[in-house]
Ligand binder design. Structure first.
Ligand SMILES: [Zn+2]
Length: 415
């Protein structure tokens, strides 16, 4: 099973927007692209919204059938580990092996020595085609990378072996993710992580490193765009080298766990992948949920009441809702509107405050980030929430489609 050159991860917390999401991809593909949709959902999201892995498969299959979509599509068990992968085995065909928590775990000294010895030919000045300067590889650097990443890549191999036994070799896509950590992995580090994965027989088709800068949920990139550009380009070159040098799958490409809406770096990525004719996987995840809230606000009536209810209940529970996302949100409390104020807002004012249009005078990234982590409030509304999704499905579906097509795909693929 091969992923294809371009793919986009469209998570959908409440499993109601599959068709609208797919409409956006179909629209982009009409201009000659072949983007594969990937419906991704993590164990954490399933727990919060009380959904099952099989729900994602049902949603994806139904959307594909409804639109007569003929391209490839996938269901991604996102950020799984050996402890929680089992319920995803039957219905997912894309597995994101999250081994971040194994970074820095102790490895046997003999394993470190063996790894360093296996890298002997790379010691010294290593020329990676496309790099401005050769990279300098020392024994100390290799020891450090081995100490940091041997255990994590070993864990990826354990999960992969489990999946291979359960699903059969070649019947699923393997992604390895290390993005949910503080410290970025530089291109040199990525190179040797890829060697470890190749050594251990993990046929990764996508790899999700941690990049420099902050990838806060639902809002733009915070960091040095030029530095990101350099790092991203070098990662692309490193992957190209690693595929040839270590015999990894030739489809191997970067997976950007964007946390959505990294509009300022989308053109950078678009430029680099075009320059080298490479593929890309981008997970946009949670902003479909925000489009549901925007759609409810736009719909007015009971929809607007629900959108205000969600804000009121998220402001009151801010600490609890933000806690699991502490590393990926930055909310300035002084810029959050009061519940009383929001309750006076029109549909337009609410939607414009939440919708991510950079430079729009009403857009408030603090408000947006808080609502982003507040899907637990909607989950607790149960059928009261999902019935509204159905009642206002036309308005909401248009918001979801417009968001993915206009704000994401257009920027990512120069449409
Ligand atoms: Zn991630």
């Amino acid at each position: 099973m091969k992923l294809g050159k371009f793919s986009i991860g469209t998570g959908d917390r409440f499993s109601h927007q599959g068709v609208a999401q797919l409409r956006a991809i179909v629209k982009a593909n009409q201009s000659g692209l072949d983007i594969s949709p990937v419906w991704n959902k993590s164990n954490r999201e399933h727990i919060y919204v009380h959904s099952q892995p099989t729900d994602v498969r049902i949603e994806a299959d139904a959307a594909v059938k409804a639109l007569g979509f003929k391209g490839k599509y996938f269901v991604d068990a996102d950020h799984i580990n050996l402890g929680n992968v089992a319920p995803f085995v039957e219905t997912a065909d894309f597995f994101t092996l999250d081994v971040a928590s194994f970074i820095g775990k102790e490895s046997k000294p003999e394993d470190i020595t063996a790894f360093v010895a296996s890298c002997e030919k790379y010691i010294g000045k290593l020329e990676i085609p496309g790099f401005e300067q050769p990279i300098v590889v020392t024994v100390d650097l290799l020891k450090k990378i081995a100490a940091d990443f041997l255990a994590a890549t070993e864990q990826a191999s354990e999960i992969y072996k489990y999946l291979k036994a359960a699903k059969g070799e070649g019947n699923f896509i393997t992604e390895v993710s290390m993005d949910e950590v503080e410290k970025p992995q530089t291109p040199i580090v990525l190179l040797f992580i890829l060697k470890m994965l190749a050594d251990k027989g993990v046929p990764a088709q996508t790899i999700a490193p941690k990049f420099t800068g902050r990838f806060n949920k639902g809002v733009d990139y915070t960091g040095n765009v030029d530095q990101f550009a350099k790092e991203f380009e070098e990662d692309v070159l490193v992957i190209d080298y690693a595929v040839k040098e270590f015999g990894l799958p030739e489809e191997l490409k970067l997976s950007i766990h964007s946390g959505s809406d990294k509009f300022s770096i989308y053109p950078v990525m678009a430029h680099v992948i075009k320059k080298y004719n490479k593929g890309l996987h981008v997970k946009t995840a949670g902003t479909t949920w925000l489009e549901e809230v925007i759609g409810l606000a736009v719909a007015g009536g009971e929809g607007l009441v629900a959108a205000k209810y969600i804000y009121a209940h998220s402001l009151g529970r801010k600490d609890e809702l933000c806690a699991p996302y502490a590393d990926v949100i930055d909310i300035d409390d002084s810029k959050l509107p009061s519940v009383e104020e929001v309750n006076t807002w029109s549909s337009e004012k609410y939607a414009n405050t939440l919708r991510h249009i950079p430079g729009h005078p009403d857009y408030n990234p603090n408000f947006r980030q808080l609502v982003h982590v507040a899907y637990k409030v909607a989950a607790e509304m149960g059928a009261n929430y999902t019935n509204l999704l159905e009642k206002y499905s036309d308005v909401i579906g248009n918001c979801v489609e417009e968001n993915i097509y206009e704000r994401h795909l257009k920027r990512l693929f120069n449409l």
